[in-house]
Design a protein around this ligand. Structure first.
Ligand code: S3P
Length: 168
């Protein structure tokens, strides 16, 4: 398997929890891209969107994606919007890229309360509707970038990680 192993998919698809589990099983370091952006820029993601704007957040995301997609044994959990930029998608081509696919219904069920509050694209919105729109727009981009697609609507992070490793 060609490292890094990168998890992509919509918000709530389990990129963080499955990534942590995969890293533990492989004995590889784990990096969460959203957490790295918060650490480097010392502001929460809602604050970055509100004070600096989404475009700046995306530029920061691209810069750190570049850093963490350098070749090597590593598991990288990304944010759902990472596939929007063609340059980011080109970077993902050099990685083993796993698309955690789940229906908008299943994701909306997971993204309630605080989970939606922490996500600027969902806060105060009809979550099911926004996720449906994002799924239509981004589904082709996730598929284009993926080495492997795994259904992530059901099963624990451990189950999903085991299914991924069985197929790599
Ligand atoms: C976003 C997803 C979030 C975070 C930001 C934007 C998106 O990450 O990067 O709120 O555009 O889908 P998660 O997918 O980890 O929630």
């Amino acid at each position: 398997m060609k490292g890094p192993l990168v998890l992509i998919g919509l918000m709530g698809s389990g990129k963080t929890s499955v990534g942590r589990e995969l890293a533990a099983r492989l004995g590889w370091p784990w990096v969460d891209l959203d957490a790295a952006i918060v650490k480097v820029h010392r502001r929460s993601i809602p604050e970055q969107f509100a004070r600096d704007g989404e475009a700046k957040f995306r530029a920061r995301e691209s810069a750190l994606l570049k850093r963490y997609t350098a070749p090597g044994p590593r598991v990288l959990s990304t944010g759902g919007g990472v596939v929007l930029s063609p340059a980011n998608r080109a970077r993902l081509k050099g990685c083993t890229c796993i698309y955690l696919q789940a229906s908008a219904e299943a994701l909306a069920g997971r993204l309630k309360g605080r989970e939606a509050q922490n996500r600027p694209l969902l806060k105060g919105q009809d979550v099911r509707r926004v996720l449906g729109r994002l799924a239509r727009k981004r589904g082709p981009l996730y598929r284009e970038s993926a080495t492997l697609t795994v259904l992530a609507s059901q099963g624990s992070p451990k189950d999903v990680a085991a299914r991924i490793l069985a197929r790599l």
